[in-house]
Design a protein around this ligand. Structure first.
Ligand SMILES: O=C[C@H](O)COP(=O)(O)O
Length: 405
C-alpha cells in the first residue's frame, strides 16, 4: 500500500486494517493507491457550496434554452445501440434461479450492457454469460445504503472476486438528510408499496423533501443552495452533514475496487433535496466514481427528468466539461462522470427522454419490453412488416409475470 509520509489518515488506517484482515486480497491487489481523507468537513462544505452555486446557475441558464439545454443523441434500437445503454435488472429479494437464468438469456439475446443483480447471483450470471460481452453489475448496500462501510467493502470485494465488472453502491443518504433529527414532527409519508421494510426514516425524508423550496416543489425547481436563504437546512458549522464520512466510505470502496471496475453511486434522489443531490454528486466525483445513479427502484419515485438534468449538469461541471464555465477541479482522474437513470423506466418514451436529457445508462427491469417497443416503432416508421418479437417475458418487477419471477 502506498502511504503518505506523514501520519496515516483515517482512510489509510481503515484500508490497511481491511487488507490485514484479508491477506489474499492484499496479494491480489498489489500496491493499493489509497485515496486520502483529503479535506476536513468544513473544507468539503465550502467546496460543495461552490458546486451547488455553479451547477444551479448552469441549470437555470440551460433551462432558458427552450428545451435545448439538455439535448443529447439517443442511440438507435436497430444497431443494438439502445440495448447497450441498459442494465437489465432483477433485484427482487425473492427472485429465483429461473428469473436469473431468464434475465441472462434475455441479456445475451438482446445484447444489453449488463445484468444487474444481487451478490448471491454474481457467479451464476458470470457462467451464464460466458463468451458474451454482457457484463455483470452487482448492487452493494442495497437498498437502504445504511450498512457500515466495512460490510459494504466486504460485499464490494466479494462481488469483484466473483467476477462483477460493475458495482452499483447505495449512498448512505441518511447521513446527508440527518435522518435522526427530522426537521418537522409532521405526518410521515406513506411507506413505499414496493417494499414493506420502508421505514419512518425514509418516510420522514420523503415528506421533508416534498415540501416546497422557495415556493415550488423540490423536483421542479427553481433550485436552492443551503445557507443561501434564511431558514435553510444547514447554515451553521454544526449543521454541516458529515461529508467526510461519506467521502471516506466512497474513497475506501474505490481504493479496494480500482479501475477498471466501474463504480456507480446510487443517490436515491427521491429522498434528497436538489442541494443534497449535488453534495452527493460532488463526493462521488471526488472519489472517482464512474457514474451517479438516480434510484434503487425500491424507495420512493424513481428517475425524474429534473433530477437527471441536475445530475447531468453536475457531472459535466465536476468533470470540468461544462461548456459555460471552467468546472470544478475536484475530480482526480479527469474522466467524465456519467449519469445512470433508474427506477420506473417502463417504456420506450421513458428511455428516450432520459437518454435525450443526457443519461448515458439506464437501469430497468423492463428492458425487453422497451427494446420490443423500439423495434415495433422502427418497423412501422419504415412501413415494413412487424418483426416477430424474439422474447415473450418482460417486467420482472411485475408480479403478474408468474412464478419464479
Ligand atoms: O437499478 C435499477 C432499478 O432497481 C430498476 O428499477 P425498476 O424495477 O423500476 O425498473
Amino acid at each position: 500500500m502506498s502511504a503518505s509520509t506523514s501520519s496515516p489518515t483515517e482512510s489509510e488506517t481503515y484500508i490497511r486494517d481491511f487488507l490485514a484482515a484479508n491477506p489474499s486480497l492484499d496479494a491480489e491487489l498489489g500496491d493499493v493507491e489509497v485515496m486520502t481523507d483529503r479535506y476536513t468537513n468544513k473544507e468539503w462544505a465550502e467546496q460543495i457550496k461552490e458546486t451547488q452555486r455553479k451547477v444551479l446557475r448552469e441549470v437555470e441558464e440551460r433551462g432558458k434554452e427552450d428545451g435545448k439545454g439538455w439535448r443529447y443523441d439517443v442511440p438507435a434500437v436497430g444497431d443494438g445501440g439502445l440495448a447497450k445503454t441498459m442494465d437489465h435488472t432483477v433485484l427482487k429479494l425473492d427472485a429465483g434461479q429461473a428469473a436469473i437464468d431468464g434475465l441472462c438469456s434475455e441479456a445475451r439475446i438482446e445484447g444489453f450492457k449488463s445484468v444487474c443483480i444481487r451478490l448471491p447471483w454474481v457467479s451464476r450470471c458470470i457462467s451464464n454469460l460466458k463468451g458474451t460481452d454482457v457484463v455483470v453489475a452487482c448492487v452493494v448496500g442495497f437498498h437502504e445504503g445504511t450498512q457500515d462501510t466495512y460490510s459494504k467493502l466486504r460485499e464490494a470485494r466479494a462481488a469483484v472476486a466473483a467476477g462483477a465488472a460493475e458495482l452499483d453502491v447505495v449512498l448512505n443518504h441518511s447521513i446527508l438528510t440527518k435522518h435522526n433529527q427530522p426537521s418537522s414532527p409532521s405526518r410521515p409519508a406513506a411507506p413505499s408499496s414496493r417494499d414493506s421494510t420502508a421505514d419512518t426514516i425514509t418516510a420522514a425524508n420523503t415528506e421533508a423533501n416534498a415540501r416546497p423550496q422557495n415556493g415550488t416543489t423540490a423536483t421542479e425547481g427553481p433550485y436552492s443552495v443551503p445557507g443561501s436563504v434564511p431558514g435553510s437546512q444547514y447554515g451553521e458549522d454544526e449543521d454541516i452533514p458529515d461529508y467526510s464520512t461519506i467521502y471516506k466510505e466512497l474513497a475506501s470502496i474505490r481504493s479496494l475496487c480500482p479501475s477498471p471496475v466501474i463504480l456507480k453511486l446510487i443517490l436515491e434522489t427521491s429522498q434528497l433535496s436538489d442541494s443534497q443531490i449535488l453534495a452527493a454528486s460532488h463526493l462521488a466525483a471526488a472519489a472517482n466514481f464512474d457514474f451517479i445513479k438516480t434510484s434503487t427502484g425500491f424507495n420512493g419515485p424513481g428517475a425524474t427528468l429534473p433530477h437527471v438534468r441536475l445530475m447531468v449538469t453536475a457531472a459535466e461541471y465536476l468533470s470540468s466539461k461544462t461548456p459555460r464555465n471552467k468546472g470544478s477541479p475536484v475530480r482526480g482522474n479527469g474522466k467524465l462522470m456519467k449519469v445512470k437513470a433508474s427506477g420506473g423506466i417502463r417504456s420506450l418514451e421513458d428511455a428516450r427522454k432520459m437518454l435525450e436529457t443526457g443519461a448515458q445508462r439506464l437501469g430497468t427491469s423492463s428492458g425487453v419490453w422497451i427494446i420490443q417497443e423500439g423495434r415495433r416503432a422502427s418497423e412501422s416508421e419504415k412501413g415494413g412488416e412487424e418483426r416477430p418479437a424474439g422474447l415473450k417475458t418482460r417486467l420482472y418487477t411485475d408480479d403478474s409475470v408468474g412464478e419464479g419471477y
